[in-house]
Design a protein around this ligand. Structure first.
Ligand SMILES: [Zn+2]
Length: 321
């Protein structure tokens, strides 16, 4: 009897142990990415990941396209920095935002390559039904925070925005001039960081200084670097830069670099309140709001920006003779 009881106890222990083992195995199968649990889903999106500010939907076809290793390695690098970056963007607009609901982010690479190349953009923010779609995996690092800034400014801001210039300018201002943008910086490997630092494009932490990179790019464009070449303007249709465009800038034909840099300058000079409250005005209304016409202000910014680049010895890589 005693022996029997003993055997039963062993059996029971084994079953319990097996049960635990099975349970543990199941737990290990539930992968975590940057500390977030990855929940299996059905249909187009194989997994869902919930972070405090974003719900990620990972397309099964995209995981297959890149291969598991590359897909999850890239995703991990993004998710390690996403929350801190999104918090920075919200802080940059502190006092101007209403509630900020969690945004849905969809990976959508497959079958989009052509569209992404044509539009020269890698991600898109829809604000009728707010969500962010990522078309190019590499571009996610550079543009996810820009798209999140679109979401904040179009869906959660107390002031209205009208037209491509204001929309892109504030998105660039928030994501490239105010925020650290850790996701953007994480795309730079060691040799890239060294090359940037050697040219003065590093901040005190040794990270790429995106603000300075943008100022230098804007200065090079003002200097005629893009004449005769196709480049992206805020009105979203790539155009060929002409001498005339350089001499007579218009709001809709500015590059993203100029738009962000000029917006930052306007905020420095006139304050957030005045600029944010007037993101609906056209080129002809600048004098009414800022006391000077658009061209005068724009050329004043360009001169200030050039002086800043000269003082700091900033020269765009590839722009020297
Ligand atoms: Zn944009």
């Amino acid at each position: 009897m005693k022996r029997y009881r003993y055997a039963t106890a062993i059996m029971l222990a084994m079953i319990l142990w097996l049960g635990c083992f099975a349970g543990c195995t199941k737990k290990n199968d539930t992968r975590t990415i940057a500390g977030y649990a990855m929940e299996p889903s059905e249909g187009t999106y194989a997994y869902v990941i919930h972070t405090p500010h974003a719900t990620w939907h990972l397309a099964a076809a995209d995981i297959e396209l890149l291969g598991e290793e590359m897909f999850f390695e890239g995703l991990e690098r993004l998710l390690e920095n996403q929350e801190a970056d999104f918090e920075d963007a919200i802080a940059a607009l502190d006092g101007y935002l209403t509630e900020v609901p969690v945004i849905d982010v969809y990976t959508d690479f497959s079958g989009r390559t052509e569209k992404a190349q044509l539009g020269a953009y890698g991600a898109y923010c829809r604000w009728n039904v707010p969500c962010i779609e990522i078309y190019q995996p590499d571009m996610a690092f550079a543009e996810l925070l820009h798209e999140y800034a679109h979401y904040l400014t179009h869906s959660c801001m107390r002031y209205e925005i009208d037209g491509n210039f204001w929309s892109e300018a504030i998105a660039e201002y928030v994501s490239k001039f105010i925020c650290k943008n850790r996701m953007f910086c994480s795309a730079y490997r060691e040799d890239g960081r060294t090359a940037l630092a050697a040219r003065g494009f590093a901040n005190q932490d040794g990270d790429p200084d995106i603000r300075k990179m943008y100022c230098a790019a804007a200065a090079a464009i003002r200097d005629g670097l893009m004449i005769g070449q196709t480049f992206s303007v805020v009105s979203q249709a790539p155009v060929v830069m002409t001498e005339r465009m350089l001499e007579h800038p218009t709001l809709t034909m500015l590059s993203y670099y100029e738009a962000g840099c000029f917006f930052d300058w306007l905020v420095e000079r006139y304050g957030k309140e005045l600029v944010f409250a007037n993101m609906t005005i056209g080129q002809g209304e600048f004098r009414e709001v800022f006391g000077e016409d658009f061209e005068t202000l724009f050329f004043e910014w360009a001169a200030d920006n050039q002086a800043f680049c000269t003082e700091n010895g900033l020269k765009l890589i590839g722009s020297e003779e």
